[in-house]
Design a protein around this ligand. Structure first.
Ligand SMILES: C[S@@+](CC[C@H](N)C(=O)[O-])C[C@H]1O[C@@H](n2cnc3c(N)ncnc32)[C@H](O)[C@@H]1O
Length: 384
């Protein structure tokens, strides 16, 4: 077939034309975020962090990795070395921060360290930033399965997965597809495919006429592969924005869906604008990850707002260890560090909106379920 390109067309319009002029929204989002040449996450500079488009817990403040490091010390005191896997490792902030906080304790506390990152530019960065013993892979299945205790960590992986987008019409569900019309990206409605309709049916969701919603058809499969890899002695910590299905698909709260785009910390609701130049994200349906894990014998320990997770995991004790507790002199260091802490605890922001799903198996599951009662021993302080 001979395709006549409009010379003014952008890269994504050309690809969509090549594919017949119209693609489902998940395919559009896959291109916009992950196209190897133009995708948002394929560039050589990380898109997140203070100088990027949005913050994540590991890039927002060093307190996230300080607390995680102290939590790992607590686990290792009880089970010996713990392996740490970071899914969607991004620019390596999580693994580098944990390593810095552990200092000389690192080899005693950590066994294998695995960074899993889809973007090849970020994998190059990880290889340069992290010590050679950190395994850097594109997909967790490439790493040999671990036999000992492991913590699998994922920050904002699942809300970066492509989603299908639907709108409820009088005759049933329609998918919102993306077409190229006269060289321009345009929405098109098509009757929803059976897999999309089944997703909502299986979650017991009925959308109201005119309601827009997203469905991440790949989340369960991906989480299932991670759970399987993690084995029988594991703790899975999944940080993300989302709700359980009942709330996520409640027309009163999110009648227009949860899809959001970010550029330079500014929110937009138009994913067709500047493909490859802005982040596109959709809230996680926590039930996808919860139901699957339960069906596979995993214990659900909690789904906690980030602030509560950090407090339960020992934030106050870590602050005391660093002489930054309640009794600390109110000098420039204390003020600066409290500001850093506040970024993660803010009840108007990350502290309540970002959630941590804690799932466990075996000894690690039992230890994880003690999060609420944890006391860190003072003999193993994390470094600042
Ligand atoms: C929002 S960023 C989060 C980065 C980091 N976890 C953080 O919190 O700072 C999402 C990252 O997930 C990566 N990613 C997306 N899908 C992935 C997958 N299936 N496996 C591994 N990484 C993935 C992207 O390339 C991107 O670096």
């Amino acid at each position: 077939m001979l395709i006549k390109y409009n010379p003014g067309m952008g890269w994504i319009e050309r690809i969509i034309e090549d594919r017949g002029g119209e693609v489902g929204f998940a395919e559009f989002m896959e291109l916009a975020l992950y196209d190897p040449d133009h995708g948002y996450y394929s560039g050589s500079e990380p898109r997140y962090g203070r100088h990027g488009d949005f913050l994540t817990a590991p890039t927002a403040s060093p307190w996230y990795t300080r607390v995680l490091a102290a939590f790992l010390v607590h686990l290792a005191d009880r089970v010996g070395q713990v392996s740490l896997v970071d899914l969607a490792a991004g620019d390596g902030s999580l693994l580098a921060g944990v390593s810095q906080a552990l200092g000389e304790k690192e080899t005693e506390v950590l066994g294998r360290r695995v960074a899993v990152e889809r973007s090849s530019a970020m994998r190059d960065r990880l290889v340069h930033r992290l010590p050679a013993k950190v395994e850097v892979v594109e997909d967790l299945v490439e790493a040999e399965q671990t036999s000992g205790p492991v913590v699998v960590h994922a920050s904002e992986l699942y809300d970066a997965l492509p989603v299908e987008r639907v709108i409820a019409g009088p005759e049933g569900l329609n998918e919102l597809q993306v077409a190229v019309v006269e060289g321009t990206l345009t929405w098109r409605e098509r009757p929803a495919g059976e897999n999309v309709a089944a997703y909502f049916r299986d979650h017991g969701v009925r959308l109201e006429p005119g309601q827009v919603a997203e469905a991440c058809l790949g989340a369960q499969d991906l989480h299932g592969r991670h759970l399987q890899w993690a084995g029988d002695d594991a703790l899975m910590l999944t940080l993300d924005y989302g709700y359980e299905a009942r709330r996520l698909y409640d027309a009163r709260g999110r009648g227009q869906g949860s899809l959001a785009c970010y550029r330079r910390h500014v929110l937009s609701r138009d994913p067709l604008e500047s493909p490859g130049q802005q982040d596109i994200t959709a809230h996680v349906n926590w039930d996808d990850l919860r139901l699957l894990a339960r069906a596979n014998g995993w214990q659900e320990i909690g789904l906690l707002p980030l602030a509560e997770f950090l407090i339960r995991a020992g934030l106050a004790e870590v602050a005391e260890t660093l002489d930054l507790g309640m009794e600390a002199p109110m000098d420039a260091r204390t003020i600066r560090e409290r500001q850093e802490m506040k970024r993660l605890l803010d009840p108007e922001g990350m502290g309540s909106d970002l959630k941590v799903l804690i799932q466990g198996r075996g000894r690690m599951g039992a230890l994880g379920s003690q999060l609420g009662r944890m006391q860190h021993s003072r003999k193993t302080p994390p470094r600042g």
